[in-house]
Write a protein that binds this ligand. Structure first.
Ligand code: EZ4
Ligand code: CO
Length: 405
C-alpha cells in the first residue's frame, strides 16, 4: 500500500488547527494533527517542503521505519516543530493501519485495559467563590477529577482563567499579537492554598483535585507550594517549574509528597527519561501531537510503567480532535494510564469540521469500535474558517522582567 499524496490543511473553527491527511493507492486515508499553538505555519512549511516529498511512494504500513526516517534520518532530531510534523504523519499512518485491519487503533496497541477513559475537567474562576460554585457544577455533571485554577487578586489575566471570556475559543481564538500578563510568585503563594482549603471544606476528599502552575516557580518555591498543599491531597501539581534542569525536580521531590505532573511540552522520550528513571515525577503529560505520534508515546508509556509513572496526556484546546482521538486509543490501552485532561467537546463550528464518536458519561469517555482513529475531517467546511494569526500570552513580573507563561 503506497502513499500517494499528503495534504496539509490549516483552519480556524474557533482556533487554529493544522491537519494532515495521507492518501494511499488503496483508497484508504488517515488523519493527523500537527498543531503547534502560535507557530502553526512553521509546521506547515516543515511538512510541505521537507517531509511530504520524501514520503510519496513509500509503503504506508512501515510506520516505525517512516518514524525513524523522519527523525534520525533528518539529522536534525527533536524540536517542537519537527516533532509535531512527524507526530501528524505517524498518527495518520496508525489511522490507516487500523482501517486496513478493520480494527480500532487501541486493538493494534494491545487491546483495552479499561472500559473507558477517566478525564479531568477544567474548573476556574475570577475568585475563590466563583471557582467553588463552578466546582459544584462539575461534580454534579459527574466529573471525578478536576483541575482548579483561580485568578489571583490584583493580578490581571492569571493563567488558567477565562479572563471574562465565555470559553477557551473566545479567549484564545484570535490574538494577533501576544497579550502580556503580570505575575507575582509572592501573591500567588500567599493566595492559592486557600482555594484548595475551601474546596476540601465544602466537598471533602473524594473528588480528585489537580492544579497547573505553568512553570512559574523556582524549584524551592515549588517545594514550598507542594508542602503547603499536602493537607489537601492533590492528585498532582503540574509544571511547577521548568524542566531544563531535571535536578530541579529532585529538590521538589525531596521536600514534598504532593504528586508531580510534567511533560506537556516534551517532544521526545529523552526529555522525560531522567525525570522518570529518577522517579522525580508521577504523571507524564506528553501529547501524541507534540511528542511525535503514537509510536513514541507507546514507548514512553512502557518505559514510564517500569517506574510507576502514569500517563496523563495533555488535552488543551490547542490540540485538535484528531489528537484527542489518538489519546483515547492510547489511554484505553496503556496499563499505566492515569487520567486524561479534557476541556469539553468544543464549539459547534469545531464539531462541524471534525466528527467523531466519543461520549462522556460520569466523568469517563467512551468511544466506539470504528476502525482506525474513528474521526473524519471535512476539508470543504474547513475552508469556511481560514487561519488567523494568534499567539499565547507572555508573562512579566511586576517590575517588567520577562517570565515563564
Ligand atoms: O496552556 O496548551 O495543561 N494544560 C495547559 C494548556 C496550555 C496550552 C498552551 O498551548 O497547560 O492549557
Ligand atoms: Co499544563
Amino acid at each position: 500500500m503506497k502513499i500517494e499524496d499528503i495534504k496539509v490543511y490549516v483552519c480556524s473553527p474557533g482556533r487554529n488547527f493544522v491537519t494532515v491527511k495521507i492518501f494511499t493507492d488503496e483508497g484508504v486515508y488517515g488523519l493527523g494533527d500537527a498543531t503547534v499553538n502560535g507557530r502553526e505555519l512553521a509546521v506547515v512549511a516543515y511538512l510541505e517542503e521537507h517531509v511530504i516529498p520524501c514520503l510519496i511512494g513509500r509503503d504506508a504500513h512501515q510506520i516505525e521505519d517512516i518514524w525513524q526516517y523522519l527523525s534520525k534520518g533528518a539529522y536534525w532530531q527533536n524540536g517542537a516543530i519537527s516533532m509535531a510534523a512527524i507526530g501528524a504523519i505517524d498518527v495518520a499512518l496508525w489511522d490507516i493501519k487500523g482501517k486496513i485491519a478493520g480494527l480500532p487503533v487501541y486493538q493494534l496497541l494491545g487491546g483495552k485495559s479499561r472500559r473507558a477513559v477517566t478525564v479531568y475537567a477544567h474548573v476556574n474562576g475570577s475568585s475563590i467563590d466563583e471557582v467553588i460554585d463552578n466546582l459544584e457544577i462539575a461534580i454534579k455533571e459527574g466529573y471525578k477529577v478536576v483541575r482548579l485554577q483561580s485568578a489571583i487578586p490584583s493580578l490581571e489575566g492569571t493563567y488558567g482563567t477565562l479572563d471574562g471570556k465565555k470559553n477557551y475559543y473566545e479567549l484564545q481564538g484570535s490574538r494577533p499579537l501576544p497579550p502580556e500578563q503580570i505575575w507575582s510568585t509572592t501573591k500567588y503563594l500567599n493566595f492559592i492554598p486557600e482555594l484548595f482549603k475551601r474546596a476540601r471544606e465544602k466537598f471533602g476528599y473524594d473528588i480528585e483535585l489537580c492544579h497547573d502552575i505553568h512553570s512559574r516557580l523556582t524549584p524551592i518555591e515549588a517545594a514550598q507550594l507542594g508542602k503547603m498543599l499536602e493537607p489537601y491531597r492533590l492528585k498532582f501539581m503540574e509544571d511547577t517549574t521548568t524542566y531544563d534542569n531535571p535536578e530541579g525536580y529532585k529538590i521538589i521531590r525531596n521536600h514534598t509528597t504532593t504528586p508531580i505532573a510534567l511533560g506537556e511540552k516534551f517532544n521526545t522520550i529523552w526529555d522525560a527519561k531522567p525525570l522518570i528513571e529518577n522517579q522525580y515525577i508521577d504523571f507524564v503529560r506528553t501529547a501524541a501531537t507534540h511528542g511525535g505520534g503514537i509510536t513514541p508515546l507507546k514507548k514512553l508509556a512502557d518505559f514510564a510503567a517500569l517506574y510507576h509513572v502514569r500517563m496523563a496526556p495533555h488535552g488543551a484546546p490547542d490540540l485538535s480532535p484528531v489528537c484527542f482521538m489518538a489519546h483515547m486509543h492510547l489511554d484505553l490501552w496503556a496499563p499505566n494510564f492515569g487520567v486524561q485532561e479534557f476541556i469539553g467537546f468544543g464549539t459547534p463550528e469545531l464539531n462541524e469540521v471534525f466528527t467523531y464518536n466519543a461520549t462522556l458519561k460520569e466523568g469517563e469517555i467512551y468511544i466506539d469500535d470504528t476502525p482506525g482513529l474513528g474521526i473524519e475531517f471535512n476539508e470543504d467546511l474547513a475552508k469556511k474558517y481560514p487561519y488567523k494569526r494568534s499567539y499565547l500570552p507572555v508573562s512579566r513580573l511586576e517590575d517588567g522582567t520577562l517570565w515563564n507563561w
